[in-house]
Design a protein around this ligand. Structure first.
Ligand SMILES: [Mg+2]
Length: 301
């Protein structure tokens, strides 16, 4: 038995290699050359009822919103803008399609990412697959560009989505920010564009938890991480901030804090949580080892 990432790595080796300058598997979105010039971003994500969301705690409209937003978040993590969405619904015939589509349509409108097609199929459980295209101007902004000395930023508080889900499960009153973070996560498109303008060297969205996702960024860049303190969301624990996942805030690295300040004028200021080091084996927070485990990883054989 191996993990999702090992399975992806094995599948990648069975596929052709990317064209010059392109990035296929291994980043938040694939970066391919658009015919006629420029770049295209391609991302796809699947939400399975009962695996990624408990429909007793989350509305079908929220489920639809989330499927679009998490894809747009992968475009945002490349410093890109979304263009179009394809939506495929496989589910039982009695699935509340209209309610589901209310959430899909709301997210598509919010992110200027119209649904232009997709498919409908019968299946024993609800499986919602969204694919999104996007684009960007400038050079590809990947996970792999961070250098020792770069500062590490996050674009918002961490752990809110995990705290929201925990409080819902416990039947307790949860702060609106935590509930929203779980049910209707926001994709940080404006922040991603600002990070690009700030000269960000690497970026990723926090889908699997800060420790896991910053780990991916550090590994791809060949740098270490010395983190200081994290912005822990209201009602969230430090553990939820580190490993809870599904926050969909962005984490990025940049060399020049003045440029970051300028680029984020008018947006919530990103929070510096540490810096990259030249020893790739270093993964610390407050001088202690960063938890290596945690994060969202599906099991595959
Ligand atoms: Mg991602």
């Amino acid at each position: 038995v191996s993990g999702e990432f090992a399975a992806i790595d094995r599948l990648r080796r069975a596929l052709p290699t990317p064209g010059p300058g392109e990035t296929w598997i291994g980043d938040d979105a694939a970066v391919v050359r658009a015919p006629g010039g420029g770049w295209l971003l391609l991302a796809a994500d699947t939400l399975v009822a009962g695996v990624h969301a408990d429909l007793a705690l989350t509305g079908l409209d929220d489920f639809g919103w989330k499927a679009v937003a998490v894809n747009v978040s992968d475009i945002a993590a490349m410093g890109g803008r979304p263009l179009h969405a394809l939506v495929t619904v496989a589910g039982p015939p009695d699935t509340g399609l209209d309610l589901l589509y209310r959430g899909i349509a709301a997210a598509a409108a919010a992110y200027h990412c119209p649904v232009v097609g997709g498919d409908l199929a019968n299946a024993p459980v609800l499986v919602l697959t969204v694919a999104v295209t996007g684009t960007f101007e400038g050079a590809p902004l990947l996970r792999s560009g961070a250098s020792p000395g770069d500062l590490v930023y996050v674009t918002g508080p961490l752990g809110l989505a995990a705290a929201g889900l925990r409080l819902l499960k416990e039947g307790k009153l949860a702060p609106a920010a935590a509930l929203d973070a779980h049910r209707r996560p926001a994709a940080e498109v404006a922040a991603g564009l600002a990070a690009r303008a700030a000269g960000a060297t690497a970026m990723i969205d926090i889908s699997d938890g800060l420790a896991a996702d910053l780990g991916h960024l550090a590994e791809a860049s060949g740098v270490g991480l010395a983190l200081t303190e994290l912005p822990v969301g209201d009602a969230a624990t430090l553990d939820e901030a580190l490993t809870g996942g599904e926050d969909y805030v962005l984490a990025f690295t940049a060399a020049d804090p003045a440029r970051v300040g300028e680029a984020f004028a008018g947006l919530p200021a990103p929070i510096c949580v540490g810096r990259c080091t030249d020893d790739a084996a270093t993964r610390t927070i407050g001088g202690r080892p960063l938890p290596a485990a945690g994060g969202w990883e599906h099991r595959w054989s």
